[in-house]
Design a protein around this ligand. Structure first.
Ligand code: TYC
Length: 105
């Protein structure tokens, strides 16, 4: 019995510790395909805002082009929101309709 009690107490302590150091919610950031944004521009965006190499950026761009959407990265909420705004603002400035969204991972 003594052993069981000790086991239970340890379990409760571990649970409490975990809840006190909760990891932040993470969000996937997606690019959406369209018929007007150039492939070169999408590769540039992936390098500029998501720190991708030209090879990785090209792979992601082609995935989005053929599948309709694709993940560019996974970030805490505020960083994901900033990436979405940066991509949309930069694309508008260059007169491209490129869309970027996020959803909880
Ligand atoms: N479909 C575009 C084209 O053929 C290229 C493209 C890829 C656009 C990915 C948006 O997120 C995108 N020019």
């Amino acid at each position: 019995m003594g052993r069981e009690e000790k086991h239970d107490r340890e379990g409760r302590t571990a649970t409490k510790t975990r809840s006190q150091v909760k990891r932040p919610a993470m969000f996937k950031v997606f690019l959406l395909n369209d018929d007007y944004t150039t492939m070169e521009f999408v590769v540039e965006v992936l390098q500029k805002f998501f720190q991708k190499s030209v090879e990785e950026a090209t792979r992601i761009m082609l995935h989005v082009h053929y599948k309709g959407t694709g993940v560019c990265g996974i970030y805490p909420r505020e960083i994901a929101e900033t990436k979405v705004s940066q991509v949309i603002d930069y694309s508008r400035k260059h007169e491209y309709p490129l869309q970027c969204t996020m959803e909880e991972a």
